[in-house]
Design a protein around this ligand. Structure first.
Ligand code: NAD
Ligand code: MG
Length: 391
């Protein structure tokens, strides 16, 4: 029996790795929808090769190009955010959520509403609207499987275990591009320097977020939302080799670590084949070659984003949506060369302070509308804060 699959964010790093796994066994799958944004040539080529029903670009300005690239192929073309959500709501058994940013939230919810299993790479969905995403999955009998490597690792370490026996969850971090830089040098870090990751090959945005550890900050919140553990049970540790992806600590003192090569096809493949394990085309580790695994505590001065994540977890409500949107906007500005690397955390902190103080905002009900309005407002405030700082 073939499985109907959709890939949201098919042209990105996670999307392409997902396509790699599916294309190896193409007869086992029927591709419903593939989505992308600017890269319509790649989107069209994959949609034709995988015989998708529909290809959707998020960017309406690219519709004509997409339609032309798909002419005569039998693959339908569509564009815009409503078309993305429509594509996600087409019946499918398994949907990969690999759009970057809060733009991934609405399509992911649409996939859950039609009862699909949602493989969630888009961590922003859980950061902005964890309770809403979990409730939507529950209400429609959809299942949510983690794809972020750390969360896939925790999920795997928990198989057969009782959550009541879990004492701690330790999320590992590579430390990113600047883990060995003097802290004083960080303010002069360039975009090129921030865009190279020591161990993982990922999209540019998450790579920069790894250097600032905003990525780990999002992952701490993601851990709390997905696994329902308390913030004080969640730890993070720098592990430069990136071979242990996470560790779960139990009430008898045992630590269960998930070890594997830094290749996202492991976590994607685990979510694709769950609850089975199947052979995956990832490297096998030679531990004698690896020789040693090292750990160190993260330096709070180097990684202020971790402290901000703790504040967001304590505050709860829609503060995750504020945090993520302010971070996305600050990251846009860093990529555009308008602010320095170290300004990103300062901007996010200021936006959090302002919006958490605004009456009732972060305590509003967690509906998609409220989350997206809060997301919008946080972006506006981030722009204001950056304009004031530029003075
Ligand atoms: P990427 O930048 O390589 O790809 C992003 C995808 O989203 C592309 O298909 C792009 O066309 C699409 N997209 C961008 N903006 C969009 C918008 N406004 N609306 C709709 N679609 C849009 O990103 P990535 O590295 O593949 O990451 C995707 C998600 O997975 C992110 O949430 C990231 O945090 C998460 N993730 C990635 C990795 C990794 O190894 N790359 C690991 C763990 C988690
Ligand atoms: Mg991760």
């Amino acid at each position: 029996m073939t499985r109907a699959v959709t890939i949201l964010g098919a042209t990105g790093s996670i999307g392409q790795n997902t396509i790699d796994l599916i294309a190896r066994d193409a007869g086992a799958y029927r591709v419903v929808a593939l989505t992308g944004a600017g890269n319509v040539a790649q989107l069209a080529a994959d949609a034709i090769r995988l015989r998708a029903e529909v290809a959707v670009t998020a960017d309406p300005a690219r519709y004509a190009d997409l339609k032309a690239a798909l002419a005569g192929s039998g693959v339908a073309a569509a564009a815009g955010s409503d078309a993305l959500t429509e594509a996600a709501s087409r019946p499918a058994d398994w949907v990969m959520s690999a759009i970057v940013g809060s733009a991934g939230l609405a399509p992911g919810l649409a996939a859950l509403e039609q009862g699909a299993t949602l493989a969630l790479a888009n961590k922003e969905s859980l950061v902005c609207a964890g309770a809403l995403v979990l409730a939507t999955a529950k209400a429609h009998g959809g299942r949510l499987l983690p794809v972020d490597s750390e969360h896939s690792a925790v999920f795997q370490a928990l198989v057969g275990e009782d959550m009541g026996a879990v004492e701690r969850v330790i999320i590992t971090a590579s430390g990113g591009a600047f883990r060995d830089w003097p802290v004083e040098a960080l303010e002069h870090a360039t975009l090129a320097e921030a865009s190279s990751h020591p161990n993982w090959d990922m999209g540019q945005r998450i790579t920069i977020d790894s250097a600032s550890m905003f990525n780990k900050a999002l992952e701490l919140i993601e851990t709390r939302e997905y696994f329902g553990v308390r913030p004080d049970q969640i730890e993070t540790i720098i592990h430069p080799e990136s071979l242990i992806h996470a560790i779960v600590g139990f009430n008898d003192g045992a630590l269960m670590a998930h070890v594997g090569p830094p290749d996202m096809r492991h976590a994607i493949g685990y979510a694709l084949h769950w609850p089975e394990r199947r052979r995956l085309p990832v490297a096998r580790l030679d531990l004698a070659q690896v020789a040693s695994l090292t750990f160190r505590a993260p330096d709070p001065a180097r990684y202020p984003a971790l402290r901000l994540a703790r504040e967001v977890m304590d505050r709860g409500g829609l503060s995750g949506a504020v945090f993520n949107a302010a971070k996305e906007r600050a990251l846009d500005a860093f990529i555009a060369g308008r602010i320095r690397f170290t300004d990103m955390a300062a901007v996010v902190e200021e936006v959090l302070t302002r919006l958490q103080g605004e009456s009732g905002l972060v305590d509003a009900a967690m509906t998609l509308d409220n989350v997206m309005q809060t997301d919008h407002l946080a972006r506006v405030r981030a722009d204001q804060v950056m304009a004031e700082r530029a003075g």
